[in-house]
Design a protein around this ligand. Sequence first.
Ligand code: ADP
Ligand code: MG
Length: 460
Amino acid sequence: MTNITNEELWQTVLSQIQFSISRANFATWFKNAKIISNKNGEATICVENSFAQEWINNKYSSLILKILRNMDPEIKSLNFLINPQKNIFTTKDKSLKELREEEVISTRLPLQELSVNQKTNINSCYTFENFIVGDFNQMAHAAAWTISETPGSIYNPLFIYGGVGLGKTHLVQATGNRIAKLFPHKKIKYISCERFVSGIIEAIKSQKIADFKKEYKEIDVFIIDDIQFFTGKEKSQEEFFHIFNLLYHSQKQIILTCDTPPKGISALEERLKSRFEGGMLVDIGIPDIETRMAILKTKAAEKNIELEKEILEYISSNIRNNIRELEGALNKLVFFKKINNKVLDIETVKKLLKNLILFPKKKTSFKNIIQVVSNFYDLTEKELLLTSRRKEIVKPRQIAMYLLRQELNESFPSIGRKFNGKDHTTVMYAWDKIDKGIKENDDLMSEINLIKQKLYNTTL
Ligand code: ADP
Ligand code: MG
């Protein structure tokens, strides 16, 4: 039982949700909603109309449940009630307009929070069975699969890196799920780096750091997600380093994910970087169009929606960088179909996905390239632009020059001038070196792809 009132519960939900949603949507959907009861593990939210119910339920129920459970772990499910006095709204005509006005669609998974195992923190919906494999993720998949059969013995640590929405979390949780199935006695723990860090801060505050560490020392399989979040958090890195070493030396499996390779994480202690690099490093790239079609088809089938080939092609040729966005597009169509009960034709699809697809292609600039490259290699912009010949600066500088040429079509002499008056032949040499380099060296290629992703911020 809890002492928190319904009003307090709802206020907390509102205060956390408002940051992940546009003001217009917040005002439209959440303003008149409230929690009217919380008993027997079920919280009931009263909403203004069925449209609000659909919308909140579809997009925010898992987040709401998560927030509520943080305050009151007894809450297991959400229930919606439509306010009988206000139910005069019809969804018919408004839906398309509303959908169009919506900003970028929420990217949250429609997976039930309840599928999250309280002990391991892993969602049982993420499996190898529903993970689609293609060239772009084959290595990562193979490594994860092997680990699931022989945890702690071959690839340790496993470090998976790649851009946002490309399946890192799915893959590592699938690995955890499979290990749990094959080795029921093993203690598995998944945690996002963000939560790990706040756990440490909390433990330090309450002087319980020893307890905190003890919990981790007993784990057999430790999965930590999005470790780029360690950037600049020295104290947490230090604690993590100790836990890491301890587990590593007792042959416990460690799996890490990150949005860049270890060397791309700025302000990460060298000793941690070298630990990570000492294990198995695999990347997840961007799926090609055929794979995107296959993913879309599979997901559409899972959601019981049939899409014509033309529609599948339209979506997969326009949404390129992110599987989560593909799902977002699909969710939008499913939602539309559900409330309109109409056959989806390509024109409607184009209208519905306008915001996702016709988003003006982002442009980059000199400033942006310099900023992103120097950030990526943990250099200052000055170091990158000035003349130092230090080896660790030469390569990033050549990459910056290469990108200026590739992405902005700048002339060699003009690029040279920006780098403290370098001769255009130096720039040509740099361009040539990188251009050849990426054809011969996959690592360099994926490094540059990651930089490009950051450049265009291809995340949602
Ligand atoms: P990341 O952690 O890299 O940001 P996620 O693992 O959260 O990405 O994946 C985003 C969404 O795309 C999830 O809903 C996930 O289930 C789905 N997804 C990603 N990769 C695949 C895949 N290979 N097959 C099927 N679904 C995928
Ligand atoms: Mg993730």
